[in-house]
Design a protein around this ligand. Structure first.
Ligand code: AMP
Length: 502
């Protein structure tokens, strides 16, 4: 917290007008120091001192992230790969509110979920919560509005979600998800379609090391002869691999005999052959569930999904009550503890929200973690560089330079212009620093001849181009003229500018 400034007068207690300089200390978290060159500057010095004293630096809230231009380019890259693929699969984009009625989430996940939410009352006293995911909102939207549309309904959405979690690397309080849902399709083809989209997104991003683990919670539910609430506790202990808790629950429910089979089952992971082993452990009753997974494997094959890209894993439980059948998770081995980049499966929520019984399946991918994973696998694209940076030379050319700039922008090129009023040399330094492909130098002489000097920033080659050919010149590959670059960076204006600054 910044406090009031404390002043010491230089040279004892002489009046301010009588001293050569004054040092102003402001006691704060950051120490600011200003030296007034002469007593004339004193009022300004005090003003600045008070301004510093009054302003404090803000930190972003815990568990949130700022995204600078480079990170944002990576995020948009990953997101756009998902969007392109989802569109090509016939999914259509929807958007739902960032906050919803709190009841929506407690109806879906029980009252304990409130601890994990950003829940609040608005000024009208309504209980609301920032969305912690998309599925609840989409199913609410389906039940209230989308129901009458032809089935299946295939929608996707992207955006930020909020959870009150203990932040760590890869685990945030605000993060981003890519979400897709199919409502009202037949179960098997819909499950295969969402799996193909989720796994395909990994490939479209260029991730090679991530792998999906596919299970079937329906098999486990069928095997556990308990009421839904008891089943949920047992499934939760399996999800967390908390075997002491599992044993305690099975004891309480009078079925300790199930422990061995369940422990063996959740450890099974591998190719389609593990389904036979799992079937042996559970006996004939679970046969249909394993047959279902075999059919999923067949369909994934038809989608061109390689067997390297997934494993069957009977330990994928996804602990939530509303999952009914196929469930899956996707891991990136590069991410350490928070390695899960996505998860989903078949569920039943429409009924919970007052709708009909209808098949629903979908997934959510964690965009923040996908970006981290893409960075680790060096899969992100280098952002497209700025095509042209326009450098007006002299004040008289400003308007014309803006017209040239706008003609480049209108042609779909990325173009920017000096907004600082730098001299040509500093402008070229800037164009270089921002990675512009070309600098377009516009002086009075060039403009009189309706020309511009175009400088290829990589090679330094400069050439004069008629303004009518400017777009083509910038669209074309970099110039390789016979003449080496004229080092115009030492232009007269520049030197003058330098000396002026001194
Ligand atoms: P979920 O809705 O819990 O199934 O999460 C779907 C995906 O969102 C996960 O696989 C993670 O990649 C991502 N995710 C979940 N929680 C967080 C979080 N707190 N911070 C960042 N990403 C998260």
């Amino acid at each position: 917290m910044t406090r009031n400034p404390v002043f010491w007068r230089a040279k004892g207690r002489r009046p301010f007008s009588d001293v050569d300089f004054v040092v102003v200390f402001i006691v704060s978290e950051n120490w600011w120091l200003r030296v007034a060159a002469s007593p004339v500057e004193l009022p300004e010095t005090f003003m600045i001192a008070h301004r510093y004293a009054a302003s404090r630096m803000f930190e972003r809230p815990r568990g949130t992230n700022d995204w600078g231009p480079e990170d944002m380019a990576k995020r948009r890259f990953v997101e756009s790969r998902f969007i392109q693929l989802a569109e090509s699969f016939g999914f259509r984009e929807v958007s739902t509110p960032t906050f919803e009625s709190l009841d929506l989430f407690t109806a879906k996940s029980g009252s304990a979920i409130v601890r994990e939410l950003y829940a609040f009352k608005d000024q009208g006293g309504r209980d609301l919560a920032l969305r912690p995911e998309f599925t609840a909102s989409i199913l609410r939207f389906y039940v209230s509005d989308l129901r009458s549309r032809p089935k299946p309904i295939k929608v996707y959405t992207t955006g930020n979600v909020f959870r009150y979690e203990e932040p760590q690397k890869g685990r945030y309080r605000e993060f981003f998800q890519l979400n897709a849902e199919i409502i009202g399709g037949a179960t098997l083809p819909s499950d295969a379609e969402v799996l193909a989209l989720a796994i395909g997104t990994m490939r479209a991003i260029g991730l090679k090391q991530v792998k999906a683990r596919i299970g079937n919670i329906g098999i486990l539910r069928g095997f556990l002869p308990f009421a839904p609430a008891d089943q949920a506790v047992v499934l939760h202990s399996l999800d967390k691999r908390n075997f002491p808790m599992l044993d305690a629950e099975l004891d309480r429910l009078g079925r300790p005999d199930l422990s061995k089979a369940l422990r063996q089952l959740v450890e099974l992971s591998g190719d389609v052959s593990i389904l036979d082993q799992a079937a042996k452990i559970l006996g004939s009753e679970a046969g249909a569930g394993f047959e279902y997974l075999r059919k999923i494997a067949d369909l994934l094959d038809a989608y061109g999904v390689s067997q390297q890209d997934y494993a069957f894993d009977m330990g994928v439980v996804r602990g939530l009550d509303y999952y009914t059948g196929m469930v899956f998770e996707i891991d990136s081995p590069n991410l350490g503890a928070e390695k899960q980049v996505g998860g989903g499966g078949a569920y039943n929520l429409a009924e919970v929200f007052g709708g009909e019984r209808i098949a629903q399946t979908g997934f959510a991918l964690g965009l923040d973690r996908l970006v981290m994973s893409a960075e680790a696998e060096r899969a992100t694209e280098t952002p497209r560089p700025l095509d042209a940076y326009v450098v007006p030379i002299g004040e008289g050319v400003q308007k014309k330079a803006i017209e040239v700039l706008m003609s480049l922008r209108a042609a779909g090129l990325g173009a920017d212009i000096d907004l600082v009023g730098r001299g040509p040399s500093k402008n070229l330094d800037y164009a270089n620093a921002i990675g512009a492909r070309y600098a377009v130098l516009l002086g009075e002489k060039e403009l009189k001849a309706s020309k511009a000097t175009v400088r290829d920033m990589a090679s330094g080659v400069q050439r004069e181009v008629p303004l009518t050919d400017l777009v083509d010149a910038i669209l074309s590959r970099p110039a390789r003229g016979p003449e080496p670059a004229k080092p115009k960076r030492r232009a007269a204006g520049t030197r003058a500018e330098r000396s002026r600054r001194r």
